[in-house]
Ligand binder design. Sequence first.
Ligand SMILES: [Zn+2]
Length: 373
Amino acid sequence: MNEQTLLNELLKIQSVTPNDNGCLELISGLLQDSGFEIGRFDKNGVSNLWAIIGKEGPIFCLAGHTDVVPADKEHWNTDPFVPTEIEGKLFARGAADMKGGLACLVTAAINFIKNNPSLKGRLAFLLTSDEEGAADFGTKYVMQELQKKQIQLDWCLIGEPSSSERLFDFARIGRRGSLSGILSIHGQEGHVAYPQATENVMLTYAKFMYAMDKLDLGRGNTFFPKTSFQPVYVHSDANAVNVIPSSLIARFNLRYSDEWSFETLSSQIEKILNSLSCQYKIEWKNAGNPFITEEGHFSNVVKDCVHEVIGDELTYSTAGGTSDGRYIAPYGTEVIELGPINKSIHKNNEFIQLDHLALMTKTYERILEKMLT
Ligand SMILES: [Zn+2]
């Protein structure tokens, strides 16, 4: 089965998150035929596949997801679950995010094993059906289970759509942290004519905003843009023009570079709040710590292989939203995301360029050869 045939089969399966609906069954059959040992870590309606081949040594893991976001048939030109080829493009939900990358990863691995039966190290797959949803019982859960079995992943290549304008112009080498704060400030209700007797929570909030705006959040670095602070909500009201309200609630988010950690960033902000000598409460929600795969052997191999197969330069970035890389990297695994063009993902009429498939498979296969032989 070549990558396009496999992709077609996967696209026909309505695997709307978190319902795998048989995708992993199809893939595990193919991997088993190639000699992979198959393990399943299904949990709470989420399907997870772990497959591994090789006797010993470092583990190179290929990772991804079979689930897709829903598709509203009404707004598509073709049936989103009937892969349709039009002028060199294959239209279907999941074509780019990420059954395209997945079909090419699986095909590359099978080709690689056929040509290199005695690999150096081990090759594994970690696939889930819960990346687009809550993501609690997908990759995050499998990583916890692998940790219990003392299985350590050394490198991980994820076929997520990382490319922007042309195939493999960008790969993701890390991701910014995301920290949200829910702040409540408590003062004292009072008459506007007698402000000296009260503490106006809105003035306190204004001072906090001013201090945050002035706060030096760093400059960013080669891979991370400058940390940004964005207030997103504020509310305070005493329902009368002559009454100072007694409390205020506000929310804000920071996308932060690896110059910060959750601890350093949150304590810096609490320091500012403490300096305002007001009564406040803050609830932190840290959606993910920043991570970066240091430039080295793995990133050089990926860059070289892209150059060799595509003939263009690959740029590493940390832009974009979340992916399962955030659950893998904290275990000390070097993670790189390299996949198709992401312009149509999560949109109506999602597609993948058909002539990109063979190039993707070839690049993935070269990466495996350079890392595992
Ligand atoms: Zn995805």
